[in-house]
Design a protein around this ligand. Structure first.
Ligand code: GDP
Ligand code: MG
Length: 715
């Protein structure tokens, strides 16, 4: 018989760290709330009979956001054999609020006092035995990152699960409230087959609709419950939900004094000191800009850039093709196969893999920023700016995650309560350049702009600007109007990034990229090579006469106003839908073929001949902002649920990309004296429209209510 143990606790309390330690897996750990949005299952290392379940963080069992619902439904409906309640011991008081609720579920609970290393360092002490006596369940001190106390914890949880004895909540509410809950419990006992009566009684008392809905009661019983609640509310002059919340906090505050012994009387920590500079009203933005500048400088221009040059020129430019050519010759393979391998696979996949060093540096920097706790501050800083425009900084958390990969970024939108804000965030998340777009940035920077330092950071901030401007504009339409959700994210304490975690996260992302290069990108490159080497009647021809050229020439005129209306760029853009790395892979094949034959050196000079800097920049902007890859589109589809909203998202992204590239290219041309076309007029009008949307008054909320109601009825 297998045992199921669920890890439940507040966001950022260390659940995933513990989960990884227990199961040997490597789920994403980030030093900010809202990282785990789906539950994850694993088996205990050394005892495969024990199933461990990682749950999204929750502050209470009255859920407000989608991922909180996941946790609550799991605990209530699937009823694990035991719960390990992970408590951030350095934030004991607030974490115990959830604990008092978990105790009522009628399940065996073991409390893990995590982050004991932090507590000890601060000099505070916690009396675990006393806490255990207070709660009526085992309390084990652990440090998930140090692996301390984890064995004892698991042992206690397995014993608790096997004993099958549910925790008896020792926390009773005050007189009148407890009485009412008792009576509700009795009514439920007579009318339902429920097992965890106490928890249901409390939820009925709070008038939690989502719980009551699932418990059919005779009208008479429901009426009696309602009159009990009303009587209690009248007596205490407060609504029942607040009564319960207050009671829990009073209870914790009353008892915590004897359990938690604070050493320092002053509450100013090192984190607070760092934050007074880093989140300072004046300095915050320049610091953020400087940090991202350094990140992109390191990955694209300096360390990553040097390595990439070598990999591109020497490794995939000479060694690999040289050896492969010799090997193929000695094997005497057919000419078309040689071409496929040299031009298609090595040229295409090699061009993409060439950027691996740069990506690794980017991933390493991101991992350090994440683990140290700085990333969480970015969301906090952005909140201040967003709020001015009626947006919530919560929308920025998915975007932070999206800097690695858009798919988990889009999924992280589930932490946003307001449906309008959530949709808007799903639409804008992929504007931030993800890891896969880095090769495009690096290619353009290297080939066209002489590896100029500004290209990387500018690309990043174009993404940020696209998000903010979109947010402001979309908020003014009736689809997204509404007040910004309150942003209650607490800032995690700073700590030195942990080498193991940082390297693991870099490795995970890097190897995912290599895997992608060996599968999707390889296939796409083979296909691109095939289409660019043959014509309609399967004869091997020059690229210019190939099937791909004919297809590309059909769509290329679409992009002519953007300055890059040649078929190669058009095709590269489309292959980017499969995976963004393909843009570079396709260029590798289409521009590599001509000169690999000659001297086998880099493709950069050929690229430079085909694109002016302005056109290349417009190409870059379009590819940064347009519809993301299929994997991300799939994620958008899942989060948006309907095909209509998915379509709106893709259409908006692609239109914005087009408009931005058009404005940059056409007005750029006009201002630099490069020529003036009718398109410049259209670009100017579009720019004026964007400015109008930015300055326009917000959508009239009095109208909004009626419309929303109507829309609700239609659903
Ligand atoms: P979750 O949101 O509950 O899944 O929390 P995570 O496992 O993602 O961890 C949040 C942050 O807390 C990460 O930066 C971890 O490295 C850190 N962390 C987790 N456990 C400990 C611990 O025992 N001690 C310290 N100092 N940090 C920890
Ligand atoms: Mg987690």
């Amino acid at each position: 018989m297998s045992i199921v143990i669920a890890l439940a606790g507040n966001p950022n309390s260390g659940k995933t760290t513990l989960f990884n330690d227990l199961t040997g897996s490597s789920q994403y750990v980030g030093n900010w709330p809202g990282v785990t949005v789906e539950k994850k299952e694993g088996r205990l290392k050394g005892n495969k009979e024990v199933v461990v379940q990682d749950l999204p963080g929750i502050y209470s069992l009255s859920p407000y956001t989608l991922e909180e619902v996941v946790s609550r439904n799991y605990l209530i409906n699937e009823r694990p054999d035991a719960i390990i309640n992970i408590v951030d011991a350095s934030n004991l008081e607030r974490n115990l609020y959830l604990t008092t609720q978990l105790m009522e579920l009628g399940l065996p609970v073991v409390v893990a006092l995590n982050m004991m290393d932090v507590v000890e360092k601060s000099g505070d002490t916690i009396n675990a035995a006393k806490l255990s006596a207070l709660l009526g369940c085992p309390v084990i001190e652990v440090s998930a990152v140090k692996g301390r106390g984890v064995k004892e914890l698991v042992q206690a949880a397995i014993e608790a699960a096997q004993s099958k004895t549910a925790c008896e909540p020792r926390h009773l509410f005050e007189g009148k409230v407890e009485e009412s809950i008792d009576q509700i419990e009795a009514i439920l006992r007579d009318n339902t087959p429920l097992s965890n009566l106490r928890w249901h009684a409390v939820k009925f008392f709070e008038r939690d609709q989502s719980v009551a809905e699932n418990v059919p009661l005779p009208n008479e019983a429901a009426a009696r419950i309602e009159s009990l609640i009303t009587a209690c509310e009248d007596a205490l002059d407060d609504d029942s939900e607040s009564i319960v919340t207050n009671e829990r906090y009073t209870y914790i505050t009353k008892h915590i004094k004897g359990i938690l012994n604070k050493k320092s009387s002053s509450n100013i920590t090192t984190s607070d000191k760092i934050d007074s500079i880093v989140t300072n009203r004046v300095l915050a933005l320049p610091i953020f800009a400087a940090v991202m500048f350094v990140v992109y400088y390191l990955s694209i221009s300096s360390i990553g850039g040097m390595m990439t040059d070598w990999v591109n020129d020497a490794l995939f430019g000479e060694f690999v093709p040289g050896y492969a050519e010799a090997a193929l010759e000695s094997l005497g393979t057919a000419e078309w196969l040689n071409a496929l391998i040299l031009d298609g696979i090595i040229g295409g996949v090699g061009a993409v893999l060439g950027f691996l060093p740069q990506m690794l540096v980017l991933f390493l920097c991101l991992a350090i920023l994440e683990d140290s706790g700085y990333m969480a501050r970015i969301a906090f800083i952005m909140d201040r700016i967003f709020r001015k425009f009626g947006l919530s900084g919560k929308s920025f958390i998915p975007i932070l995650i999206g800097t690695g990969c858009g798919v988990p970024g889009i999924m992280a939108s589930r932490t946003i309560e307001s449906e309008n804000d959530r949709r808007m965030t799903v639409i804008t998340t992929t504007f931030i350049p993800c890891g896969a777009k880095l090769p495009i940035i690096a290619l353009i920077a290297g080939a066209i702009f002489d590896e100029a330092v500004w290209v990387g950071p500018v690309s990043y901030f174009i993404g940020v600007a696209a998000i903010i401007l979109s947010g402001v504009m979309l908020k003014k339409t009736r689809f997204f109007a509404g007040d910004p959700a309150p942003f209650v994210m607490e800032l995690p304490a700073y700590h030195m990034p942990r080498l193991k975690g940082v390297l693991l996260s870099t490795y995970e992302r890097g190897s995912a990229f290599v895997k992608k290069a060996g599968t999707i990108i390889l296939l796409a490159c083979a296909l691109i090579w095939f289409l660019s080497s043959f014509n309609g009647s399967f004869e091997m021809v020059d690229a210019e006469e190939s099937l791909l050229a004919s297809i590309g020439n059909l769509v290329a005129p679409l992009f002519a106003p953007l300055g890059w209306g040649n078929w190669k760029a058009a095709v590269a853009t489309f292959t980017g839908l499969v995976a963004k790395e393909n843009v570079v892979g396709t260029f590798g094949i289409l521009y590599g073929m001509e000169e690999v034959a000659e001297d086998g050196v880099e493709i950069w000079s050929t690229l430079r001949a085909d694109y002016t800097p302005l056109a290349a920049f417009s190409f870059l902007v379009f590819n940064l902002l347009c519809a993301p890859c299929f994997a991300a589109i799939g994620a958008i589809r899942r989060e948006m649920v309907t095909a209509k909203w998915t379509f709106i998202a893709i259409a908006y992204q692609t239109s914005l990309a087009y408009v931005a590239a058009l404005i940059i290219y056409q007005l750029g041309l006009a201002f630099t004296g490069g020529g003036f076309t009718p398109w410049a007029v259209i670009a100017a009008i579009l720019l004026a429209f964007i400015i109008y949307m930015l300055l326009k008054a917000p959508y009239d909320p009095s109208n909004l209510k009626g419309r929303q109601a109507k829309e609700l009825c239609q659903h």
